[in-house]
Design a protein around this ligand. Sequence first.
Ligand code: PEP
Length: 262
Amino acid sequence: MMRRVLLAANWKMFKTVPAALAFGRELLRRYDADAYSAIDVMIFPTALALWPLSQRFAGSPIQIGAQNLDLGTEGAMTGALSGYLLREAGAEYVLVGHSERRQHFGEGDELVAAKVQAAISAHLHPILCVGETAEEREREETLAVMHRQIGAVLQGLATYDAIKLTVAYEPVWAIGSGKVPTARDANGVAAAIRHQFSEQFSSEVADSIRILYGGSVSPKNIREFAEAPDIDGALVGGASLDVETMVAMMESLVHQEGENGG
Ligand code: PEP
């Protein structure tokens, strides 16, 4: 099955609303609809910039997502943002279980699983982030950690919901560090993740879901990761904040698509 390549930009706690809009204006100016038709481009700005940026990208193929969601729909939950509110603000996707949420906000597997369910109920497509720490990698527990993090989410999902998932494999030690695994190693983990979907659901489901690599992706290395057979694109933090670098990564992916005949 041909899976479309996805470039997802996680802006974390960066960019004011005017800065996000200026980036959006420049990205649209540089966006070559024909050249980029083979890839999906998605921006995950702060929650504040969701609505204005979704307005800016209206009518363009660039999609918008949220970085996190809280449980529930509406209610007395000071400071919380539900999937429903994010969806109404223009989000189509949502990151769930990013390692910074797991590390700094104490999100565990159970809460991550509940958030995936909440995202689906709100008609958002979840991008489930998983990844091992440096210590877990040293102890050779990478695959066991993936199996646990993904198993916690999949056990409560129906097949028709499982196909709505995207998984981002992001080794914690690679995020923002400049260190990366080899594309071969990352592909091995992605293949194991796909296998888990096939065991839990079917090979059709496993073949259809997109698996991204994330962690210190740049214009220099994005192509190597995206060319790996089980990796369908990248979730990018730091390098996505600059429009030049973002366009350079899009260009790199497009050339890869062209050369593969896709
Ligand atoms: C991320 O935050 O998802 C990420 C991969 O960050 P960076 O690209 O900066 O390593």
